[in-house]
Design a protein around this ligand. Sequence first.
Ligand code: NAD
Ligand code: LMR
Length: 339
Amino acid sequence: RTVFPFSYNCSRPLTRKLYSTTTTRPLKVSVLGAAGGIGQPLSLLLKLNPYISKLSLFDIHGAAGVAADLSHIDTSSDVQGYATENGGLERSVQDANVVIISAGVPRKPNMTRDDLFAINASIIHKLGRACAVVAPNAIYLVITNPVNSMVPVLKNALAAGGVRDSRKLIGVTTLDSVRASKFLSQVKGASPETIRVPIVGGHSGATIVPLLSQSGVQLSEKERDEIVHRIQFGGDEVVKAKAGAGSATLSMAYAGARMTNAVLRGLSGEVGVTECAYVESPLYTDQGVDFFSSRVTLGKEGAEDIHPVGLINDYETGLLETCLQNLKKSIKKGLSFVP
Ligand code: NAD
Ligand code: LMR
């Protein structure tokens, strides 16, 4: 499994020669919320990504400093920081191939992700309206919580600006996959790189449905129940440990960089790149669920193929039913948002 198709060995120059099977083209990636807890380490990881020629950082506070800092790193990409003044948001996303949104507020202990809805929906909507005008062809990756509702909010904001390509709107659920590999590897004493667990549904508690039966790892019922709970509520562990200082940032930056890399590989013409991601999906529209995370194949147009969940057992069918009931409400809330 390739997480990053390049070496972190600093004595070796990072080079695009590694991608002989793909067409390389200069790609611009913009991060909105770039000076935040996720934005900074994510931007650092993106500065190391050789697919990116332009890295554009926007935040309402502090993006210029983060950009100046990163711009001294000896990789090829140019880094620019933008503030709100002088049309900074619009300039930051102009001609972007990928726009990553981590702008917004994180949880504190005893909060749910849904408690962030009102404030983050306003931010996402505002960003979406501006981006639709200047970056209508970009692929949008939404990190901001609650992801289950923010992706529908962004869909409407982009659509209000005439941007309607559902393949280019993607909610980032990669952290759930990352956690699943790690937690399962700890229980089984295996290497996490060898374990892949499809995670379907959404990104919040009971909407996170790990398909452990497809991982090839044998578990007792007790192990299964504990692991499923840990994957569904992994975010709470970090929120609790950070004790009021926010939620997962570093593991999220890693997960966001992995998802972005997959999108860039698809954009560059590599075939067969798949990740689980939360997209507008035909899989459960008959149950009133228009957005759903499952394995998607990423290509030149974004999320080009959406794969069904595949063979699942009775236990997972039960998880999926609960997921769909919850997801339906979160999606409705997002689509009904009026700024
Ligand atoms: P943070 O508060 O550290 O950073 C957020 C940044 O957004 C800040 O720098 C802030 O200035 C900026 N911001 C606020 N309004 C903005 C606007 N209108 N335009 C541009 N920038 C703006 O928070 P964080 O820890 O980086 O988390 C960000 C979001 O990501 C939260 O909603 C959090 O819940 C979510 N998150 C999602 C996942 C996931 O798996 N998808 C994982 C972790 C966190
Ligand atoms: C996570 O899963 O870590 C994030 O969604 C942040 C959170 O609020 O738990």
